[in-house]
Design a protein around this ligand. Sequence first.
Ligand code: HEC
Length: 278
Amino acid sequence: MKVKSRQLMWWLAIGGAAASSFAASLVWAQSDSGSDPVAEYRAMFGDDNPAALWVMRGQGLWQEVRGPKHVALATTCDLGMGKGIIKGAYAHLPRYFADTRKVQDLDTRLLTCMVKGQGLDQAEILKNRFGDGDRKSDIEALAAYIVDASQGVPINLPMQHPEEKRAYELGKAIFFYRAGTHDFSCASCHGQSGKRIRLQSLPDLATAGKDARDTYTTWPAYRVSQGEVRTMEWRIGDCFRQQRLPELKYGSEAAIDLTMFLAKNAEGGKMAAPGLKR
Ligand code: HEC
């Protein structure tokens, strides 16, 4: 990611809260024309994305010797490409890991590396899994750094292990499963292209194609309305809320299976994250 220091200074100066109200006014300003406010916003900033700050913090966390076991993730953490290798790792996740005997997404794999590898406290890490102004999330920073190293790499899942195939099938089933007070499934809102709720366009995530690729390749993303980088775990959790389902358990099989389904539909798309979202 290209970082222009002047714009970064600007972002630091206005801070998260001001950024949010700025975004809100931008959404308002653009609403008359009906155009995509975030597209306008991207045009204004060009290549610059405040996520660059998360990428930098994540790089520090990746390289730092931390925890009771005094090791760095950079020398011990295997994201599926070998210890310490981050290039392309995100484009091949979720995947099965023999040491945990589980299909893991980036968030849960990072947790394994921090808890089992570095000896850090899982509850402490999870308390700050979604950062805000005062409490920054280590997972969100690490995710930004790691996904940035996959820029331009096409999504390609291993999908060889039976557990990987199972995760995909379960994710697909959950995607089309109707539940909750409104009897919605993910497909109710994301089943066809060109739909909108108010100003937010709803991508078709039910089938492999451009919508699925454009969406998946741009997460994790900096959410302008929150002033934070969020991962796919957060995104899916927020849609559980939109669907009026009980809160999605962070790191659960359901979250990973759905991610597997979305990733599969996005195969061939080139990673372009961290993205920039409303
Ligand atoms: C009631 C409608 C609704 C349902 C049901 C719903 N979503 Fe969404 N989804 C939305 C809206 C609205 C947005 C855009 C939100 C925003 O910009 O804040 C969105 C955004 C997304 C995005 C990011 C899109 C992008 O362009 O980056 C993903 C991924 C997603 N949803 C996945 C899911 C999954 C998986 C489910 C099922 C668990 C689901 N959604 C259920 C309304 C819905």
